[in-house]
Design a binder for this molecule. Structure first.
Ligand code: SF4
Ligand code: SF4
Length: 203
């Protein structure tokens, strides 16, 4: 009799435990059902990177003195400073400079320690390529001015997460009547179509 009661007790304990787990799981699901989405409709919408964002490095060839400090402070000795010694002037002559963004970890050490400030980190983050060798930027590619989401007419730059009200960063418990910060892709498309129609009318 005691053994039977023990089994019933164990079974009840297991059933209560299972019910607890199911409730916990469902509470997460219902919490997500209640919240607003935080999706950014990339590539039509893009968030503006923060001021100190560490994106693609910009390099100014004319300012570089070939000191190689950037190479020494880089955790993987990545920058390649290609210079030759001019025997007449007894000065270094810079021939080429390159950084391989397929290997760079964007730590910013080289930018921090460069004595002439010829390196800087930009807000450019779209570096995807089909061939990883094309990520090895030479001084010409490094010298290109960075692209900016705010200057691209095909992109809606977002300062806030678009589906949330202005200044709100937590998608949970937001009042459904509060207006969203950004525009929906349909609204953006409608605006673009209206602008195109207007310019066609003018022409
Ligand atoms: S950002 Fe860091 S890893 Fe990349 S080149 Fe500079 S020091 Fe090296
Ligand atoms: S630290 Fe600056 S100046 Fe020196 S080699 Fe590197 S980029 Fe050129």
């Amino acid at each position: 009799m005691f053994g039977f009661l023990q089994k019933v007790g164990d079974y009840t304990k297991d059933a209560v435990g299972a019910a607890n787990y199911i409730t916990q799981g469902l509470s997460v699901t219902f919490d997500h059902l209640r919240r607003r989405p935080i999706t950014v409709q990339y590539p039509y919408e893009k968030l503006i990177p923060s001021e100190r964002y560490r994106g693609r490095i910009h390099y100014e060839f004319d300012k570089c003195i070939s000191c190689e400090v950037c190479v020494r402070v880089c955790p993987i000795n990545l920058p390649v400073v290609d210079w030759v010694m001019n025997k007449e002037t007894k000065k270094k002559e810079l021939k080429n400079y390159s950084i391989d963004f397929g290997v760079c970890i964007f730590c910013g050490n080289c930018v921090e320690y460069c004595p002439t400030n010829c390196l800087s980190m930009t807000e450019e983050y779209e570096l995807a390529a089909f061939d990883r060798h094309s990520l090895n930027y030479d001084n010409v590619a490094l010298g290109r001015l960075p692209t900016s989401v705010t200057s691209d007419p095909a992109v809606v730059p977002l300062r806030e997460l678009a589906y949330l009200p202005k200044g709100e960063m937590d998608p949970h418990g937001v009042d459904p009547d509060r207006a969203r910060a950004g525009k929906l892709p349909e609204q953006v498309q409608a605006e673009m179509a209206a602008a195109a129609a207007k310019s066609a009318e003018k022409a």
